[in-house]
Design a protein around this ligand. Structure first.
Ligand code: PGA
Length: 248
């Protein structure tokens, strides 16, 4: 197995309230978690401060989005500086719901990646093809182009985790097979090797997202280039603990 530290992100999306998230936090705080796994929970913006104050420090917290400048007249947006002010160290950028529900472009996502990294946030950068793109046989082209725009905005890859999330697998119950996930992860690592460096290709965590559950996580985690997960629905349930411990 490679030496990359296994990384499991929870993406709570626009779910929960103080009561239910408080219960989830209690479950996580008292669970036996593999300390070889880095765990980060993506909380709704309004609960970032609350979650950071309640969640055990061995678990990181992520914002689910942020803007590309430090401050100003951008109603409804938040900056990396504000995220850090709440004690939060990570942000999820380029999630498929940001791309396809809110129309974020590759260019905007790239600008956000640059600004967040410059301001000391770790970035979980998401990429992934739509069903029609997979069926048209252009998965590689799509994910390479998305990765290229991200890579153009990264100076130091130490704070970047790349999340491959096929859009057709997100929230659908249609998980990529371990072979499908491994194939794209291997291609992405090859792209990094050819276009960035051997050191980055060897060290960057490439995590899989899309209908990961307690039932399918072990087989996915056993793939050589799957370095963890970004988990939506199942991250709100106690089975998230099983996913965190998938490599145990
Ligand atoms: P899912 O979501 O696990 O509910 O498919 C994954 C994600 O959107 O990150």
């Amino acid at each position: 197995m490679p030496s990359r530290k296994f990384f499991v992100g929870g993406n709570w999306k626009m779910n929960g309230d103080k009561e239910t998230l408080g219960e989830l936090i209690m479950t996580l705080n008292t669970a036996s978690l593999n300390d070889e796994t880095e765990v980060v929970c993506g909380a709704p913006t309004i609960y970032l401060d609350y979650v950071r104050s309640k969640l055990d420090q061995r678990i990181g917290v992520a914002a689910q989005n942020c803007y590309k400048v430090p401050k100003g007249a951008f109603t409804g947006e938040i900056s990396p500086a504000m995220i850090k002010d709440c004690g939060v160290d990570w942000v999820i950028l380029g999630h498929s719901e940001r791309r396809h529900v809110f129309g974020e472009s590759d260019e905007l996502i790239g600008q956000k990646v640059a600004h967040c990294l410059e301001n000391g946030l770790g970035v979980i950068a998401c990429i992934g093809e739509k069903l029609e793109e997979r069926e048209a046989g252009i998965t590689e082209d799509v994910v390479y182009e998305q990765t290229r725009v991200i890579a153009d905005n990264v100076k130091d890859w130490a704070s970047v985790v790349l999340a491959y999330e096929p859009v057709w697998a997100i929230g659908t119950g249609k998980t990529a097979t371990p072979a499908q996930a491994q194939e794209v992860h291997e291609q992405l690592r090859g792209w990094l090797r050819g276009n960035v460096s051997d050191a980055v290709a060897d060290s960057v965590r490439i995590i899989y997202g899309g209908s990961v559950t307690g039932g399918n996580c072990n087989e996915l985690a056993a793939q050589a280039d799957v370095d963890g997960f970004l988990v939506g629905g199942a991250s709100l349930k106690p089975e998230f603990v099983d996913i965190i411990n998938a490599r145990s």
